[in-house]
Design a protein around this ligand. Structure first.
Ligand code: ASP
Length: 309
């Protein structure tokens, strides 16, 4: 039987252990479990890696505790601007949206951008308009309202700061969701989706929708989905750098992830992490923060749902 695997994340950084309650931890774990099961079921029945990452990320976008889709954070104008991307490692085709505001599942719009638009990335009002013409339901602002996010935004405004999801005075936290998958045919895919940073400037775009920065898939090397301070992941071209270390230097997935996450990113203050898969089904879930909401499942029996180190 050929190997197939999926790995997902719900953001690096996580709530500090000291602030996490058993009930909340259980909710996060349930959200991760539901998403990984959806993606894995598709792979198990012979579905494609692209279908699996789209399904897993859609599930995470619908789960209000993660900063993507429904649980997206507020920007400095009190609105929601979401970024997302999907990439097919078989063809190197990609679709992305940046600053989209009124769709339920940005990752599904990315799929439509990849397959139906003739372009790779659509931004702002144009992305929303495209989604409408493709038949995606338009959500009102209420859909994205959660009390927790509203409070985070109010605090961030009071202090005049731009914050990562969950950021508190003790530590910086991140929020984004993503998935990488390898299907039975040996094809890799990656997808990432985020609400970005709390109180971010209107119009700010992070790493998640940028192929090569926060999202990348190439059947010859790996599939990667990142989470962390987007500006630093863009500057380090994190996802493509890992692919290049494998392609040009012959490094293993683990060696490449270690160099980029534990050394190159750390040197410029880039806190965060990523999930990664290679064409053999090896899984890496690397981070340099206190934790990362993450899960993986593979046909060789590995199955994990984890938050902290
Ligand atoms: N990378 C995301 C961004 O900068 C945020 C995150 O992963 O928490 O938009």
């Amino acid at each position: 039987m050929s190997t197939f695997s999926i790995a997902i994340h719900g953001g690096a950084g996580t709530i500090l252990r000291s602030s996490m309650t058993p009930e909340l931890q259980q909710q996060y774990e349930q959200g991760l479990q539901a998403a990984i099961d959806k993606g894995y079921a598709i792979l198990e029945t012979g579905g494609s890696a692209v279908d699996a990452v789209e399904a897993a990320v859609s599930s995470l976008e619908d789960f209000p505790l993660f900063n993507a889709g429904r649980g997206s954070v507020f920007n400095n104008k009190g609105g929601h601007e979401m970024d997302a991307a999907i990439m097919d490692g078989r063809t190197l085709e990609a679709g992305a949206v940046a600053g989209i505001s009124h769709v339920k599942n940005p990752v599904q719009v990315c799929r439509a951008v990849m397959e139906n638009s003739g372009h790779v990335m659509l931004a702002g009002a144009g992305a929303d308009e495209f989604a409408k013409t493709q038949g995606f339901e338009q959500m009102s602002d209420d859909y994205y309202y959660t009390e927790q996010r509203y409070k985070q935004w109010q605090e961030a405004m009071k202090e005049g700061v731009v914050q990562l999801d969950h950021t508190d005075k003790e530590s910086k936290k991140f929020g984004t969701v993503g998935a990488v998958a390898l299907d039975k045919d040996g094809n890799l895919a990656a997808a990432t989706s985020t609400g970005g940073l709390t109180n971010k400037k209107f119009g700010r775009i992070g790493d998640s929708p940028i192929p090569g920065a926060g999202t990348y898939a190439n059947n010859d090397t790996c599939a990667i989905s990142c989470t962390g301070v987007g500006e630093l992941f863009i500057r380090r071209v994190v996802a493509y750098d890992i692919s290049c270390l494998m392609e040009y230097k012959g490094l293993s997935l683990r060696e490449a992830c270690d160099i980029v996450v534990q050394d190159k990113l750390v040197k410029i203050g880039g806190e965060g992490g990523l999930v990664a898969l290679d064409k053999h089904g090896n899984i890496e879930m690397a981070f340099n923060s206190e934790g990362m909401y993450r899960a993986c499942k593979s046909s060789d029996g590995r199955s994990e749902v984890l938050i902290y180190r």
